[in-house]
Design a protein around this ligand. Structure first.
Ligand code: WQD
Length: 339
C-alpha cells in the first residue's frame, strides 16, 4: 500500500520511511529540502534496497498540493512531518512558523479529505504540555499556553485535526507527541543533520566530541533536580520511527477507538543533562568538555512520558536505551565527518 511521508527526508521522517519500507509499504516522500538534503534519499535506499519515490514540493504552495494529490489518489495513509521545528527560531520568525506549520497542514488535510482512504498520522510534541504539574506526563495532562510559536503550531495543529475529525468521520487520525528524539540508524547511513549551530543537546555533544565545537554549555545547574540539570525523556529515533508504523497500521486495520487519538512517545525514563553526558562518555570512550552556564530561556525543569497508553493501547514500547542512542549518534557523527 502507498503511504505519503511529508518531510520524509528529515531526521525523524527518514527513519520512519526506512521502517515503512521494512514493513513492505510503498513510500512516496514529499520534501522541500529546506531543512534536509537529497543525499538522505541515497541513505534510505542503501539501508532498504528500495528507493522511495521523491517529489520536491513546497506544501505552502496550495496548487502544488492539489496537483500532487490528484496524481496520487491511491494513497492509503499520510504521515505528516513537514514543519519547521526550531524553538528559538520560531520566537524570532513567528509568521514563518505559522505559515509553514499551519497552512501546509490545512492544505494536506483538505486534499486528503477527497481520497477514499483517510488515515493521518501527525507529528506532535511533548512541548504542548509545557512544564507539566505531574510527572510522568500522561496524555490527559493539560495542554498549557505554548512557550514558543513552534509549540503553539503543534497545539493548533492538533486542534485543527481534532475539529476536522469531528465533522469528517472518514478521517481517522493519531497525534504522536514525541519527547526528545535522539540518535541515528545503526547503519550510520542516515541520522540528524542540524544546519548551523545545533540547538539540541545530542548533536551539540557529538559535534563537541568530534572537534567542531569548543565545548558544550550546560544550560543551568541549579534546577530542582537531583544533579541540578534539566531532565528529559531521550527516545531513540528508530524506536520512535517504529511507533509511526504501528500507529498507521492501527488506523488501516480500524483498531482505533475514536477517529482522533493522542499518544505520548517516550521511554518513560527521565535523564538529566549530566547523565546524558555520562552516557556519551561511556559509549564513546571520550571525556566530553563542558561547562555549566546560565539557564536557557523557555526550558522546563523536567519532562518524561507516562508510557502506559502507548504500551497498552497502541501496543508499542521502546526497546533501545540511552546508551544505544548515544552510541548511534556518535557513530553517525564520525561517519559524516569521515573520521
Ligand atoms: C535538552 C536539554 C537543554 C543544548 C526541544 C523542543 C522539542 C523537540 C526537541 C522538536 C535541555 C539542554 C541543550 C545545549 C544544553 N524539538 N541543552 N546545552 O529543549 O528539551 O526540546 O527539542 O520537536 O519540541 O522543545 O531539547 O535538546 O534543545 O535540550 O544544556 O547546547 O539539554 O537545556 O535541558 P528540548 P534540547
Amino acid at each position: 500500500m502507498k503511504v505519503l511521508v511529508t518531510g520524509g527526508l528529515g531526521f525523524i521522517g527518514s527513519h520512519t520511511v526506512v521502517e515503512l519500507q521494512n514493513k513492505g509499504f510503498e513510500v512516496v516522500i514529499i520534501d522541500n529540502l529546506s531543512n534536509s538534503s537529497i543525499e538522505v534519499l541515497d541513505g534510505i535506499t542503501t539501508i532498504t534496497g528500495v528507493k522511495p519515490h521523491f517529489e520536491k514540493i513546497d506544501l505552502r504552495e496550495k496548487s502544488e498540493v492539489v496537483r500532487f494529490f490528484e496524481t496520487h489518489k491511491d494513497i492509503a495513509g499520510v504521515i505528516h512531518f513537514a514543519a519547521s521545528k526550531a524553538v528559538g527560531e520560531s520566537v524570532k520568525e513567528p509568521l514563518m512558523y505559522y505559515e509553514n506549520n499551519i497552512n501546509t497542514l490545512v492544505y494536506v488535510l483538505q486534499e486528503l479529505s477527497k481520497l477514499e482512504k483517510q488515515n493521518f498520522i501527525f507529528s506532535s510534541s511533548c512541548t504542548v504540555y509545557g512544564q507539566a504539574d505531574e510527572l510522568p506526563i500522561t496524555e490527559n495532562a493539560p495542554v498549557k499556553p505554548a512557550e514558543s510559536p513552534y509549540g503553539n503550531t503543534k497545539q493548533i495543529g492538533e486542534e485543527i485535526i481534532r475539529d476536522t475529525c469531528k465533522i469528517n468521520s472518514q478521517l481517522k487520525s493519531i497525534a504522536l507527541r514525541y519527547f526528545n528524539p535522539i540518535g541515528a540508524h545503526p547503519s550510520a547511513e542516515i541520522g540528524e543533520l542540524p544546519i548551523g549551530v545545533p540547538q539540541n543537546l545530542v548533536p551539540y555533544i557529538t559535534q563537541t566530541a568530534i572537534g567542531i565545537r569548543e565545548q558544550l554549555s550546560v544550560f543551568g545547574g541549579d534546577y530542582d533536580t537531583p544533579d541540578g540539570t534539566c531532565i528529559r525523556d531521550y527516545i531513540h529515533v528508530v524506536d520512535l520511527a517504529k511507533a509511526h508504523v504501528v500507529a498507521l497500521e492501527r488506523l488501516m486495520e480500524n483498531k482505533n477507538l475514536s477517529n482522533y487519538e493522542v499518544f505520548n512517545l517516550g521511554t518513560g525514563k527521565g535523564s538529566s543533562v549530566l547523565e546524558a553526558i555520562k552516557s556519551f562518555d561511556k559509549v564513546s570512550g571520550k571525556k566530553l568538555k563542558y561547562q555549566i552556564v546560565g539557564r536557557r530561556e523557555g526550558d522546563v525543569t523536567a519532562a518524561y512520558a507516562d508510557t502506559t497508553k502507548a504500551n497498552d493501547v497502541l501496543g508499542w514500547k521502546t526497546k533501545l536505551t540511552l546508551d544505544d542512542a548515544m552510541a548511534s549518534a556518535w557513530k553517525w557523527e564520525q561517519k559524516i565527518r569521515n573520521k
